[in-house]
Design a protein around this ligand. Structure first.
Ligand code: GLY
Length: 377
């Protein structure tokens, strides 16, 4: 790796020590930053927006890197805010894995907090309750969202929510959580992962029979394209699956996706928003890049293969060389520039700083430093 990780971590800590206290003055969990201010989630969904767990997660990670009351107290404050969303309930969806593993799950794991354990199990029960077993034996899927038009929708992102179910089985001894995760993962392998290792974003199933109905384009360029963050969710998600199951087939799927992803890293180490976007378009997504770096690093540990470590380092060098705002008084309060939430929706953020990109960047730095508490497990 060209860059010195200790120097990068020192810059990250210096910046966040300055900007995190600004976030603590707000009632909302930051979603993004712009013009020196933290910005709340889109669509007025407050702390029910699916990304809300990444901020407390990043605070827990920063506290692991640099034990510091600034980070710990912000982690505690915003983890507590997340528990209020159980009462609101109506906006919660399959993304309770992202939301609660990184907030309550982290508090339980790192501080042994008993109530945080129950809050994490509460989230796991909500996720299991979204499972549709369909009329086909040993089949089914976890429903992503709740609209009547979307009863048959599942999305590749859910692979990152499944570790919550495995954790609940470990915690309680109840095999139902892991059984649901197993069936959903088998459905994802069959219907989302293509022969070349690329992945679909949204698949619609018949909610009665579980039969494949059609693919939707989702947040990528189009139907049949290859949205890079979806590829990153699949890469890290199937790697986490293999870590949870120890199954050789799960690992083989993770490696197939990883090889495809590695072949699509640009020469400058950056990642296009969609690997099949038009060649004359410059649209990057550094959230995908940082998330994939984490997936590659875990896959390198699992397989012992240097090529995955090299892919992660190429991604991190690309981010550090071209797309980090380390200036404590810079345009962004956060770290990464050029994060893109969705290819066709500029309302949720295009080429800007978004906190879940920063979360994965910090997670990757923790892994490089050897102090990642591994909040996904
Ligand atoms: N889970 C939606 C996204 O990755 O933006």
């Amino acid at each position: 790796m060209r860059n010195n990780i200790d120097e990068v971590i020192a810059k990250v800590a210096a910046k966040l020590r300055r900007t995190v206290p600004e976030a603590a003055k707000n009632r909302h969990v930051p979603y993004a930053s712009r013009a020196g201010k933290w910005i709340e989630s889109p669509w007025n969904l407050g702390n029910s927006w699916w990304t809300a767990g990444f901020w407390p997660g990043m605070m827990w990670l920063m506290n692991a890197l640099y034990p510091d009351e600034v980070f710990r107290s912000e982690a505690l404050r915003t983890t507590e805010l997340m528990t209020e969303e159980f009462r609101v309930y109506r906006h919660l969806n399959h993304d309770v894995g992202f939301m609660y593993l990184l907030s309550c799950g982290a508090k339980h794991k790192l501080e042994g907090d008993e109530q945080a354990k129950w809050d994490t199990l509460h989230a796991a029960s909500l996720l299991m309750g979204r499972f549709n077993p369909t009329s086909t034996p040993r089949a089914g899927f976890i429903k992503s969202w709740d609209g009547r038009e979307q009863l048959g929708y599942a999305i590749i992102d859910c692979m990152m929510n499944l570790p919550l179910l495995f954790r609940a089985t470990r915690e309680t001894g109840d095999p139902r959580f892991a059984a649901v995760a197993r069936i959903h993962a088998d459905t994802a392998r069959k219907h989302f992962v293509r022969e070349d290792g690329s992945c679909r974003h949204i698949v619609e199933f018949d909610p009665e029979t579980g039969d494949f109905v059609r693919e939707h384009g989702g947040q990528g360029f189009s139907v049949g394209s290859s949205w890079s963050r979806g590829q990153a969710w699949a890469l890290y998600g199937f790697t986490l699956l293999a870590m949870n199951t120890g199954d050789a087939g799960d690992l083989a799927t993770a490696e197939k996706i990883a090889r495809y992803f590695a072949a699509n890293i640009r020469a400058d180490g950056l990642i296009d928003c969609d690997f099949r976007q038009p060649e004359d378009v410059c649209r990057l997504d550094n959230i995908a890049s940082a998330c994939a770096a984490c997936g590659f690093l875990e896959l390198a540990k699992l397989t012992g293969k240097a090529e995955y470590r090299a892919a992660a380092e190429k991604l991190l060098d690309g981010l550090i060389d071209h797309c980090c705002d380390f200036d404590p008084a810079g345009e962004y309060c956060g770290l990464l520039t050029h994060c893109t939430a969705a290819y066709h929706d500029d309302n949720v953020g295009t080429h800007t700083n978004i906190t879940y990109g920063d979360y994965f960047f910090v997670e990757a730095l923790c892994k490089m430093k050897g102090c990642d508490p591994m909040l996904w497990m």
